[in-house]
Design a protein around this ligand. Structure first.
Ligand code: SF4
Ligand code: SF4
Length: 122
């Protein structure tokens, strides 16, 4: 079983297709994910990265907490930056958990991220 590597937002990086494509150097998975995520994250891409379309070469990431490569969307992710500024490991450790609009907005698209962080808070 892969080790769970939770991003600040609660996504499990070990399950992320970009992380897997990077770890296994899977070009087909990079191409497939670039196409899917160009649609899924169109608004965020335009806002944070100034581009509309992802290319396979954009699909490299070694995980939210790593010192290595980051996917462009996660590199400029405001949740990640906020967690780093607060010097916490994930948003589960934040005293604004539950009332944070930024995180709650993200959870509407990623329910499993909420479940991961809720589990950490139990
Ligand atoms: S930080 Fe990287 S590995 Fe983690 S969810 Fe974002 S793109 Fe995937
Ligand atoms: S304020 Fe929100 S985004 Fe920032 S660390 Fe707390 S829960 Fe996460």
């Amino acid at each position: 079983m892969k080790k769970q590597e939770l991003a600040y937002c609660g996504l499990d990086c070990a399950e992320c297709p970009v992380f897997i494509a990077t770890a296994t150097d899977d070009e087909e998975l990079r191409q497939k994910t670039a196409k899917e995520w160009s649609k899924l994250y169109a608004a965020q891409l335009a806002e944070y990265a100034g581009k509309n379309e992802l290319e396979p070469e954009d699909m490299n990431c070694e995980g939210c907490h790593s010192e290595g490569d980051h996917f462009i969307g996660c590199m400029y992710c405001p949740i990640r930056k906020c967690g780093q500024d607060k010097k916490i490991t994930t948003c589960a450790g934040c005293n604004e958990y539950g009332i944070c609009d930024m995180l709650n907005g993200f959870f509407t698209l990623h329910q499993h991220a909420k479940e991961n962080l809720d589990r950490m808070r139990m």
